[in-house]
Design a protein around this ligand. Sequence first.
Ligand SMILES: CC(=O)N[C@H]1[C@@H](OP(=O)(O)OP(=O)(O)OC[C@H]2O[C@@H](n3ccc(=O)[nH]c3=O)[C@H](O)[C@@H]2O)O[C@H](CO)[C@H](O)[C@@H]1O
Ligand SMILES: [Mn+2]
Length: 323
Amino acid sequence: MCYIIKTFINHLLILTALPLSCSPLALLWLCLSQLPMSYMSCIFQLSPRRTDVLTVTPWLAPVVWEGTFDPMLIDAIYKPMNLTVAATVFAVGKYIMFLQGFLESAERHFLVGFRVHYHIFTDEPEKVPPLTLAAGRQIIVHKVHKLNRWQDISASRMQLIQKVIEDRVHREAIYMFCLDVDAKFYSRWGAEALELLVAQMHSWFYREQRHGFTYERNPASKAYIPNGEGDFYYAGALFGGSVGEVYKLAKMCHSHLEIDRANGIEALWQEESHLNWYLLHNKPSKVLSPEYMWDNKKGQPGEIKVIRFSQVPKNYKEVRENA
Ligand SMILES: CC(=O)N[C@H]1[C@@H](OP(=O)(O)OP(=O)(O)OC[C@H]2O[C@@H](n3ccc(=O)[nH]c3=O)[C@H](O)[C@@H]2O)O[C@H](CO)[C@H](O)[C@@H]1O
Ligand SMILES: [Mn+2]
């Protein structure tokens, strides 16, 4: 505290020592640009700015909402680490139409200033748009077979995520995120999302009570969550964390999907149901607010100060295989 007061006094002294001919804007800029990190964090962080939403879980994981973090401070901490973050994106069948909008908007808002490896899984590699990416960022294309049912395409992601981590991501990246392709970025989606195991409150369920969540309710399924249990309803469209944690998650969800399949069971929301089971038993160390994967169909209620990433409206019958 002493240090901060001393720094503040120093800044006042700098100000008074400047020639009066300096414009007030230039003075303000000079003053702000001199502020050390500790002083900035004192200004921006030490009073609760969100009291309208849950900002910490009962297991003490932060819930990231606009206003709960200082983006400059976050970047100042993470950028010097020179991290590589992998992102898996599936664009199979007609979903290839979403890829360009996804990638172009990601280049504007997704972990800007970080090294990002986009792992694109598609049955038509020649249709991946030839984009020029920012320095340190690259696209890696993986050819996959198109499965017949959209449910299988969506669920097959767990197995392919597991495999790509084994093949290369474990030595190429520190963190990774697994993202739906039918969405666009609109605003900063940054390093504040990095943690060991990261999940997102589903935009349709963050105000619901537990009994309203669409968990799998069949006790014979490996995704079964009994009534009265559960924390949040997490989105299948976005999860991530350290490469090691995502590997454990994908491997277990894949194995549970296989066990269910062998027993002739398909959970209500396929891999999303298994993801919710996994996250109930392995609590995420950071929870992202619905800002991080919104659905514009819901408008913009007061607590959503920023829409960072949001689903593109689509006609399911047109884009999904065998819908
Ligand atoms: C916001 C959210 O939580 N979305 C989930 C939800 O609806 P969604 O409507 O978001 O599912 P979806 O149709 O977008 O499918 C999920 C993702 O699978 C990929 N894909 C799917 C079909 C296809 O023909 N080609 C293709 O590439 C693509 O990356 C897509 O973004 O339910 C799905 C159940 O299966 C998944 O759990 C989604 O993550
Ligand atoms: Mn989607």
